[in-house]
Design a protein around this ligand. Structure first.
Ligand SMILES: Cc1cc2nc3c(=O)[nH]c(=O)nc-3n(C[C@H](O)[C@H](O)[C@H](O)COP(=O)(O)OP(=O)(O)OC[C@H]3O[C@@H](n4cnc5c(N)ncnc54)[C@H](O)[C@@H]3O)c2cc1C
Length: 393
């Protein structure tokens, strides 16, 4: 394969920008477009927890683990503070059945070689002194997990692409592809205002990847997975890392929270990617009140509503990354847990695109595993999809 001269990347979320930034080092001309000026996809509305503890089977867990380890290097390469903090995750349970499930999760992660451990109530309290932690039946600490702030990551990556001579065009929308005479090779990307010549096109358009894929004659089925996180007014520093606290009868599902570098709290509920479509102020108030049961200082925080975020979610729940066979110069990258996975996907995709190799880490996650009728896909399912088709990060 000859190295491509012109590469067009569609989608400036955390995945598309990571691929574009990684591509810079190989000398191709990079053009990154996004239909939004604020890049309002899943990345901005994410809880953005960098994690692998609950992820199965092993190959999917390992993909996430490798990417977690790459975050410090990726964050540093962007040359600015992107809110990366590997402050650990604390979790506890107060009911017998949930405690058993937590212990099993910890044991399985340990069998993968993952440094998570069961902990006592007092250990948790030392890790997060401001939390109210009571009636613990089981608890765990994972020191290597953490968080990042996708809007900062995306902006830093965009700045770097521009500084390095690439083009970034926000507010420019993909419309169609121009094919060569064989109808298999894309030669141009038509947008709302021009046609961009290209040797390779990267489709990293989140939930819209399916529709754009159709226009490249390929089919990548996705399920719909809405989620809501709530933010607050900035607060003084109160948390060291990510907190997963148990459900309470009057509030329902468990609550998770973290604090951003400007003091803002980000709060979600349920099994991390449980489906949620309530973006009302009443729901925001309820969630902050719920979190306040565990962190009383949050009582002074003002809730802020965030729109519903739609997680990119290939139908079997696993990432879909690679060239597609119907159109061999179209490269697709669509995944849940894209915040955790962005550094690894960016690095591997850029090598595959420019050098024509096929990296083994991605072999089990290729887009062409689905049939045209939506069947196919992997027969196992990742642990971030529960029996109701709901997922976690
Ligand atoms: C509520 C919620 C919680 C989450 N929590 C976590 C978590 O804790 N940890 C984790 O790792 N992951 C989490 N995720 C998942 C993670 O946020 C996503 O996997 C990740 O953001 C996907 O990034 P992306 O770049 O692929 O997609 P996106 O961020 O959606 O970016 C795609 C971009 O493509 C652009 N686009 C679409 N169509 C076009 C077009 N026609 N022309 C030009 N541009 C186009 C869009 O405008 C968008 O900016 C969560 C997601 C949600 C919604």
């Amino acid at each position: 394969m000859t190295q491509p001269n012109n590469i067009v990347v569609i989608g400036a979320g955390i995945v598309g920008t990571s691929i574009a930034v990684n591509l810079l080092q190989y000398g191709s001309k990079i053009t990154l477009i996004d239909k939004d000026t604020q890049t309002n996809g899943a990345s901005r509305l994410s809880f953005a927890w960098i994690n692998a503890a609950g992820k199965t089977p092993f190959d999917y867990h390992d993909l996430n683990r490798r990417s977690m380890e790459m975050w410090p290097r990726y964050g540093q390469s962007l040359g600015t503070n992107v809110g990366l903090k590997l402050g650990g995750t604390v979790t506890w349970e107060t009911s017998d059945d949930r405690a058993t499930a937590l212990i099993q999760k910890v044991e399985r992660a340990q069998s993968y070689g993952y440094p998570i451990r069961l902990a006592s109530q007092s250990e948790l309290q030392i890790h997060e002194p401001n939390l109210v932690i009571e009636n613990v039946k089981a608890a765990s600490i994972c020191e290597i997990e953490g968080q990042v702030e996708p809007p900062r990551v995306i902006q830093a990556a965009i700045d770097k692409i521009i500084e390095s001579g690439g083009e970034v065009s926000l507010g420019e929308s993909f419309e169609s592809f121009e094919f060569d005479d064989t109808n298999h090779q894309i030669v141009g990307v038509k947008t709302n205002n021009r046609t961009l010549p290209c040797d390779v096109v990267v489709i990293a358009a989140g939930i819209d990847t399916t529709e754009i894929g159709y226009k490249a004659n390929t089919f990548l089925p996705q399920s719909t997975s809405p989620g809501v996180v709530v933010k607050t007014s900035p607060m003084p520093p109160l948390l060291n890392g990510i907190v997963y606290a148990p459900s309470l009868e009057e509030y329902g599902r468990e609550v998770h929270m973290k604090q951003l570098i400007d003091g803002t709290f980000v709060i979600g509920e349920g099994e991390q990617s449980s489906k949620n479509t309530d973006d009302s102020i009443d729901n925001a108030r309820r969630l902050v009140e719920f979190a306040t049961q565990y962190l009383p200082q949050l009582g002074d925080a003002e809730p802020r509503v965030e729109p519903i975020g739609y997680r990119p979610m290939p139908l079997d729940g696993f990432p879909a990354v690679g060239f597609v066979k119907e159109t061999p110069n179209a490269y697709m990258a669509v995944t849940h847990s894209g915040v955790t996975l962005a550094p690894l996907i960016g690095e591997l995709a850029s090598i595959e695109i420019t050098h024509g190799v096929s990296t083994p880490q991605l072999d089990a996650f290729r887009p062409n595993r689905f049939n045209q009728d939506g069947t196919g896909g992997r027969k196992d399912s990742p642990s971030h999809t529960d029996d109701n088709g709901q997922g976690i990060h």
